[in-house]
Design a protein around this ligand. Sequence first.
Ligand code: M6R
Length: 604
Amino acid sequence: MCGIVGVVGNKNATDILMQGLEKLEYRGYDSAGIYVVNGQKTNLVKSVGRIADLRTKLGIDIAGTAGIGHTRWATHGKPSEINAHPHQSETARFTLVHNGVIENFAEIKSDYLAGHNLKGQTDTEITVHLIGKFAEEDGLSVLEAFRKALSIIEGSYAFALMDAKDADTIYVAKNKSPLLIGLGDGYNMVCSDAMAMIRETSEYMEIHDKELVIVKADSVQVQDYAGNAIERGSYTAELDLSDIGKGTYPYYMLKEIDEQPTVMRKLISAYTDDAGKITVDADIIKAVQDADRIYIIAAGTSYHAGFASKDFLEQLTDTPVELGIASEWGYNQPLLSQKPLFIFISQSGETADSRQVLVRANKMGIPSLTVTNVPGSTLSREANYTMLLHAGPEIAVASTKAYTAQIATLAVLAKAVGDANGNSKAADFDLVHELSIVAQSIEASLSEKDMIEAKVADLLATSRNAFYIGRGTDYYVAMEASLKLKEISYIQCEGFAAGELKHGTISLIEDGVPVIALISNNKTLAAHTRGNIQEVAARGASVLTVVDEATAREEDDIKVRTVHPYLSSIAMVVPTQLVAYYATLQRGLDVDKPRNLAKSVTVE
Ligand code: M6R
């Protein structure tokens, strides 16, 4: 949440900052701003709305050799120009951008900033006033003032700070929020995500929590908060520029939905050996074998992917699986088994709620595996083991290809452990073959886009609310499908266990309420769900059925090519992704950037 960019050196800072912010817009898009320095001249431009709105406010003379920029997802104070970053100290000597939440900002304000003229409501403005006070009122050097402020501040942060008196330097510090240094020739950069700067460099340096970094055009010095120098090498980010473009697609979401067959095939090649056999790091297999219970911790769509994977993980690894919502588990962890293994599922690898649980697991010595799309992300670095999704960057806020890749990657893990254990169900489960059937099933659903678009127009054009229902794994898909629909189309939607409706919620069904029923290949459950469809139809619901071909009847609306039951969530979710996409498009909303959301949720 919130994106930070910074640059110093022989480049046009305005161009680099604006291009970087455009790439980081997925992290927050309620307001944005840049601060650019050119010799003695400084420019601060802020705007409510998107980066495009900021761009229209920039004059042609805003150029410079150094600067910082920010795209905001509001936490403290409403989205407004005053609350947009960068923020400045009392005299405007110091300028700061921030991602995170300063928990003791109210105490800082009352303890240190009496008489200061604070213009907005943000915790960030208080922080930069604090730094300014220490430097200008108490006579500390910039570094001393920054360090002193860092010793007082509590919470999560990634900061980039500039001093107008020494505009050749960007001071950086972080705790719990992501920040990287991008290394160039004659210039260096700061960014929340390598994607922001990949046009400029593929060489990056990590910053760890509670490190302070002094970034100049030709040097980068990493220190701990006591001022001790830290040696840090760089790494090459394996990001392809073409992966982060939209190409000819109108929206990233549609591109990412379409990429799913390719992602399935990439996963097969990433996790098979030369003989075509599924292969996973032996240490990861052993970690699962050593566990008496697997705890999956995740949020949102990733949490739903955990549910969709629970059944095959249990059956193939012979280990019980429990799920935890990350934001709940951070502070309300239930009694654990004797030998737990924590599996974190996270597209971004940066979700603060999940990280809070991981920090605690690490303190307790609990082994952990992160299943993520982003190599080098915080959850990947801090867990014992990582399995990558190989899905390529997912930029639309609504997660699609990451969800299906998460289930497929966990199937890889389950199969590898099952094979190692001699599990007979694993022996019968030819995952390479089954994933290629899944890829074909997705392709078949993608070829039905026009039909799905038309059905959506009939069903959801004017609805304010809707239901997805299903049983077994279809219920888990219903949870994900309803999240997708509500997060981008703003239709209030519940994903419900089909048999549970009659225990209360069926009272909400009246004439015309859309109910989308998901039925995949378990015949008994299918028969029961059909009964539940009759119940809602009798009360006036407008029903749309999404059914796998093996179970389908002629009158069913959307038919999904049948896949192995362990993988049916992957095949069944694809039409629901398209339902959400077209419902949103038909309402004239921004598919990729729904209101109030951000792609990477780095605050708790
Ligand atoms: O990056 P993560 O997978 O950890 O993110 C978790 C959720 O914030 C995320 O899945 C969210 O629910 C998606 N926007 C849903 O489409």
